[in-house]
Design a protein around this ligand. Structure first.
Ligand code: PBG
Length: 323
């Protein structure tokens, strides 16, 4: 008796494996999140994200050119302001650091690489929440929407082609869409952070943007225990006019990603967040895992689960390997 079926035949050589590989990653699928800070003269390393820095406008420009040359599909910019206040006025100030950074990048890159902006207040508020607070200290959903619209208009004006509302306020996509349309910004697209979980994996991001959060985000970000809730969020964002939807984090939510991908007719993105980067980096630093293999395997898994677009701090480096 011999085995009637031998799947190993299709694994015999690199060429055979390449021929039958189901999932491909190309540089264009990757989006690089970047940080620009306004109180520094040299790029500042982020300890918990080895290899990632807060940029000055000049080094931002250089890193963006490098990413574009590697063929990445887009850049997602976050701002690190030196001053913060209760309503995050730096967010919609045309001369605020994020808007300055967007203008710099737009000038440098033209239309060759898609320029995206994080549309959220947490980098700009002194309490670290994604919205403005009501008198009782809770996050005021509807008052926050007005701030998001103002922020969105400033970002579109500064050259962002895609806005990424990441604050998980109800109605944020509809509010931003109608604000953009009323201002004649009908071509500015919205990448909705549709299914965003209250995750421990955003830890290093706090260091990256120098933000200290009072409390937690559990009244607006989703409970990791829930699956159907993500589908509802996606449906709502699509009904509100989202052009793309995102699942975040990625690696611990591949089941959600698969279901969202099966359900939506718009491109689906997944965000491999700071904690995912940090976990792989830390284990690799100790030689406990092979870094490059783990990175590629993680990106492959995220694509396999249904992501058209992957946001990853490894975008430029991985694009270099994939070319
Ligand atoms: C909100 C935002 C966060 C991240 C992206 N957008 C922080 C949060 O929701 O707490 C986290 C990204 C990461 O961890 O890499 N502006």
């Amino acid at each position: 008796m011999y085995p009637a079926h031998r799947p190993r035949r299709l694994r015999t050589t690199p060429a055979m494996r390449r021929l039958v590989a189901e999932t491909a990653i190309e540089p264009r699928h990757l989006v690089l999140p970047m940080f620009v800070a306004d109180d520094i003269t040299e790029p500042r390393p982020i300890e918990s994200l080895p290899g990632v820095v807060q940029h000055t406008p000049d080094t931002l420009r250089a890193a963006a050119v490098e990413a574009a040359a590697a063929g990445v599909g887009g850049l997602m910019l976050f701002g690190v302001p030196s001053r913060r206040d209760a309503t995050g006025t730096g967010a919609d100030d045309p001369d605020g650091i994020l808007n300055l950074g967007l203008r710099t990048l737009r000038e440098e890159l033209g239309d060759d690489t898609v320029l995206m902006a994080d549309t959220c207040l947490d980098e700009f508020t002194d309490h670290g929440h994604c919205g403005v607070l009501a008198a009782d200290g809770s996050v005021d959903n509807d008052a926050t929407l007005d701030r998001y619209v103002s922020m969105a208009l400033a970002q579109a004006e500064a050259g962002a082609q895609v806005l990424g509302p990441s604050g998980m306020m109800d109605g944020q996509v509809a509010a931003i869409r109608s604000g953009l349309d009323a201002a004649g910004r009908t071509d500015t697209a919205i990448l909705a952070y549709a299914a965003k979980y209250a995750s421990a994996l955003y830890g290093p991001f706090r260091e990256a943007v120098g933000s200290t959060l009072v409390g937690d985000r559990k009244t607006y970000q989703q409970d990791p225990a829930n699956r159907r809730e993500s589908l509802r969020e996606v449906d709502l964002d699509l009904a509100e006019g989202a052009d793309m939807v995102m699942v975040k984090p990625a690696m611990l939510y591949l089941d959600v990603l698969r279901e969202v991908a099966d359900r939506s007719d718009v491109p689906v993105a997944a965000y491999q967040v700071s904690g995912e980067y940090a976990m792989i980096s830390a284990a690799a630093q100790r030689d406990w895992i092979d870094r490059d293999r783990a990175v590629l395997e993680s990106l492959t898994a995220i694509r396999r689960a249904g992501a058209d677009i992957v946001l990853t701090y490894w975008a430029t480096e991985a694009a270099g390997w994939l070319r």
